[in-house]
Design a protein around this ligand. Structure first.
Ligand code: ADP
Ligand code: F6P
Length: 472
């Protein structure tokens, strides 16, 4: 087994298997924030990525992607159900997102979570060179830092949580809260998206584990674990270059024409997830159509909602409700050849997404809670001519960095409608400086800046940065 000096550990590998039109198996980049963030970063960096390839049964052997070696961890049908769909996505996911859906607690799911975390830790221990840097990602693998430290005390271990970390009054619901906190504390550095999350974590560690904790440092046995905020980002230059490519510009013009050359195009791009506020957004749009503030011939809404976690009941219920509502709105307000909403559930390649971003006069990103939301950042990066308005939820992590967006509380229906109208009717003299400021921020704070700030903190300003290849 070849070993690496940099090992990234994430539940999902950056590729998914899918079936090509001719029936052959092919691989494509998997949708989701974590892969979007890490894939451009690691493409040219010698590293190993330990993760799950999607599907169940024996682990397929995958080719390297660029300089990155793929080390697959298999999940059985039972692991998939109880770890991925169960503890990760029906206990932790809703709990960490303000419990907007009810988290479920089952002892069998916790056993699967421990078992799968142990398997990830063992695969990582095998893949890491002596003294390697290991960077563990996200809520599926919160026990891995602790398990890995027991197996390989020589490693430098980082952990980063891509989703929100909840306030103590919510986290305290978790039956196995102490074990989860202890698992994370196996890391040398724990990164969160926002300072509030680091604060929540420090409070919980002090309360549940009775350890000395500030918002920056926690004393564990004879070690100090550092914690802090490192807001994740995107490859801003790559998205800008893609959006400026002549074929993408031509595709955007074609899309606008196919949409009926309306006065305004509103776009939303989400995984089909109850945290994304899709139903609230549709309700706001429907009321604006009913009141005549928005007219079908003048304005179209394009809603992309790629299915996600499709066997989990709450996701099935959401999809049914969204599709019923889209059908109702189109039935009530559409005309022949002029639907009120263009609804698409397909995964798109990056060029098609860039063309969609270019065509959108208003991008509506209105999650009820979101760790960051990279779609909002991708839209800004794609607006290379400084046009376009971003309607953004206060409850997305990205709102803290993009205050020039039209900020809304998605629970406040009247506020949501007003925000949408303000974004639609914005004066170009107002739009341009807002967009320019947001684009400049993202060029300064891109994915490489994120990795630099995290890795230099992991190493206290030392030599870890040499692990990253110079170009993204
Ligand atoms: P999350 O991590 O919750 O899915 P983010 O907004 O942070 O949310 O990240 C979503 C990522 O998935 C973005 O990079 C976006 O471009 C990508 N994505 C979303 N929908 C699609 C789609 N239909 N096809 C391809 N990629 C998509
Ligand atoms: O950002 C949160 C997250 O769970 C990521 O870990 C993942 O990339 C994305 O959402 C998509 O989710 P899933 O891996 O369950 O399809």
């Amino acid at each position: 087994m070849r070993q690496s000096s940099l090992v990234v550990v994430a539940n999902r590998l950056p590729i998914d298997d899918s079936v090509a039109p001719d029936g052959a198996c092919e691989w494509r980049r998997s949708p989701g924030g974590l892969v979007s963030a890490l894939h451009p970063l690691l493409r040219h960096t010698p590293a190993t990525w330990v993760g799950w390839a999607g599907g169940t049964g024996p682990a397929p052997s995958l080719p390297d992607i660029g300089s990155v070696r793929m080390r697959t961890v298999p999940l059985s049908g039972e692991d998939f159900r109880d770890h991925y769909e169960g503890f990760a996505n029906s206990t932790l996911w809703p709990l960490y997102h303000d419990a907007v859906e009810q988290p479920e607690y089952h002892r069998r799911w916790w056993e699967a979570y421990q078992r799968v975390n142990q398997r990830f830790a063992e695969a990582t221990a095998e893949a890491a060179e002596q003294g390697a840097v290991v960077w563990v990602q996200d809520y599926h693998l919160q026990l891995v830092p602790g398990l890995l430290r027991e197996l390989r005390p020589d490693l430098r271990i980082g952990f980063f949580l891509h989703v929100p970390f909840p306030p103590p009054e919510l986290f305290m619901q978790l039956p196995r809260r102490a074990e989860l906190l202890r698992g994370m504390l196996g890391a040398d550095l724990i990164g969160f998206q926002r300072a509030q999350a680091a604060h929540n974590f420090a409070q919980l560690v002090a309360k549940v584990l009775e350890l000395p904790a500030t918002d920056r440092r926690i004393g564990v046995d004879d070690r100090v674990v550092r914690i802090g905020a490192f807001p994740v980002s995107i490859d801003t230059a790559e998205m800008a270059a893609l959006a400026a490519r002549p074929d993408v510009v031509a595709r955007a013009q074609r899309l606008r024409h196919d949409l009926g050359d309306p006065g305004h195009v509103i776009l939303s791009v989400d995984r089909m997830d109850y945290t994304k506020g899709i139903e609230q957004r549709l309700k706001a749009y429907s009321e604006l159509l009913a009141s005549g503030h928005v007219k079908v011939r003048d304005t179209v809404l394009v809603q992309v909602a790629v299915p996600s976690r499709e066997r989990v009941t709450q996701y099935q219920i959401l999809r049914d409700r969204v599709e019923r509502e889209v059908g109702r709105i189109n039935g009530e307000f559409g005309r022949v050849g002029e639907p009120a909403i263009h609804y698409l559930t397909q995964p798109f390649d990056r060029a098609e997404l860039a063309a969609l971003y270019r065509v959108a006069d208003v991008m509506a990103v209105t999650p009820l809670r979101d760790g960051m939301n990279l779609v909002a950042k991708e839209y800004v990066a794609a607006r290379v001519d400084d046009t376009g308005s971003l309607l953004l939820s206060e409850f997305a992590g990205s709102a803290a960095e993009l205050p020039q967006a039209y900020l809304v509380n998605p629970h406040d229906l009247e506020g949501l409608k007003q925000g949408l109208l303000s974004a639609l009717e914005a004066d170009p003299a107002d739009v341009t400086p807002r967009m320019r400021a947001m684009r400049e921020h993202l060029h300064r704070n891109d994915i490489r800046a994120w990795a630099r700030s995290y890795l230099s903190a992991l190493d206290d300003g030392g030599s870890l940065l040499t692990h990253l290849a110079p170009t993204g």
